[in-house]
Design a protein around this ligand. Structure first.
Ligand SMILES: O=P(O)(O)OC[C@H]1O[C@H](O[C@H]2O[C@H](CO)[C@@H](O)[C@H](O)[C@H]2O)[C@H](O)[C@@H](O)[C@@H]1O
Length: 377
């Protein structure tokens, strides 16, 4: 199939279920071909590929992209007083305080959350960057702390836990380093689930893979190389190959050159009508135009866990980025669970609660463990 053509390909039709690739751990998953054989996708999770609208790509300066780039990641704010306890001494604090009324802290509302969770099975979904690890200048060095790793490990002993990241799955798997979790990389387009089996040996070695954008792999690879080439002279620009998406970082680029970064990305994208652009924190992300996002990944994982559409299941998703909004939306719209936004600055969100930063995320995870282990007594 000509991946560059403007034809809308049919990845599947509603009568034909998509397949999930199966592979074994131990073989680097990026070396595994996408195989049309495997487990059937849960019912209701079929893919559609919307056509990109004509005129989608416009000049970066005239279309507001530069504004979007500027506002993509507000600088971290120091909060002078503990606003969660009602003290606000600056204008910024007071706007954060009013924002908290709409998105209450998940820590101060912990009792409310656990009251609702009583008798329910919690499923936990965690974003990586900005949620489990602090935002740092070099994406290759966004390590999570050992304490955070221990907290995630512990919480996963009580609740099924998934990491849902924009990163290459192998990279986030390496950063987190816990085999017992579900991992969804490339904004949910690369899902790895541990195989449920009574055979311990098999359980350790086998995983299920689901890659709804598998056929875009050569295209993304090509785009990644073009982006590296076109941005190579922009000081500080960094292009990351996230397997089913390519990310162009401009955090370390002088602000006067941001429009140049945006223009380079738009110019490359012009040749690829089946790819689109999304904004993350000081990063432009190029990804396939498929109807799949972190929200779909959450639904997929819940289905594969046998936890979808169950009244006694409470999914909780914690994330900090725009791409996490798709997951918050799924949980909010179906009244299915809780979204928790990690942010120290007020922003509009589909989440129900908030946490200020990764250290509060860790506190929340520890509180869940304590609550759950007390219930077991
Ligand atoms: O979905 P996530 O796990 O939050 O991943 C989103 C992107 O995170 C990474 O970039 C962001 O974090 C970097 C390290 O702190 C920071 O330098 C960068 O400015 C942020 O955009 C990651 O590098 C991207 O590939 C992910 O898509």
């Amino acid at each position: 199939m000509d991946l560059k053509s403007n034809h809308t390909p049919v990845l599947t039709d509603s009568a034909a279920p998509i397949n999930i690739t199966k592979s074994r751990l131990g073989v680097h998953s990026s070396l595994l071909p996408y195989s049309p054989t495997g487990t059937t996708i849960p019912h209701g999770m079929l893919l559609t590929i919307p056509r990109k609208k004509a005129g989608f790509l416009e000049d970066v300066r005239s279309s507001g992209w530069l504004d979007a780039m500027k506002s993509s990641s507000p600088p971290p704010r120091k909060i002078t007083k503990d606003v969660s306890h009602g003290f606000a001494s600056s204008e910024a604090d007071s706007s954060y305080f009013s924002w908290l009324l709409k998105y209450p802290s998940a820590l101060t509302s912990f009792e409310q959350i656990t009251n609702y969770a009583k008798g329910k099975r919690i499923a936990l979904f965690l974003d990586y960057d900005g949620t489990l690890s602090p935002i740092v200048d070099n994406p290759d060095c966004a390590f999570m702390s050992d304490n955070m790793r221990a907290a995630v490990k512990r919480v996963a002993e009580y609740f099924p836990t998934a990491i849902i990241s924009g990163r290459n799955r192998d990279m986030v798997y390496e950063f987190v380093g816990l085999t017992e979790l579900y991992y969804a990389g490339s904004h949910g387009m690369d899902i790895m689930c541990p195989v449920k089996s009574t055979n311990k040996q098999k359980q350790d070695k086998e995983v299920n893979l689901f890659q709804p954008a598998a056929e875009f792999l050569p295209m993304i690879d090509e785009v990644f190389r073009s982006l590296v080439e076109t941005t190579k002279d922009i000081k500080g620009a960094k292009v990351e190959n996230n397997k089913f998406c390519a990310s162009v970082h401009y955090r370390n680029v002088d602000e006067k050159n941001w429009d140049l970064v945006g223009q380079c990305v738009h110019d490359v994208l012009k040749g690829y009508p089946r790819l689109r652009l999304t904004h993350g924190r000081k990063v432009l992300e190029v990804r396939p135009v498929i109807n799949w996002d972190k929200g779909k990944a959450v639904t997929f994982i819940l289905e594969s866990l046998g936890l979808a559409n169950c009244d006694d299941v409470l999914p909780i998703y914690i994330g900090d980025d725009r791409t996490d909004e798709d997951a918050f939306k799924v949980l909010r719209e179906g009244n299915k669970g809780y979204g928790i936004l990690v942010s120290s600055a007020p922003k509009q969100s589909n989440a129900n609660y908030s946490l200020r930063d990764p250290s509060e995320v860790m506190e929340f995870l520890k509180s869940l463990v304590l609550w759950r282990s007390n219930l077991a007594l």
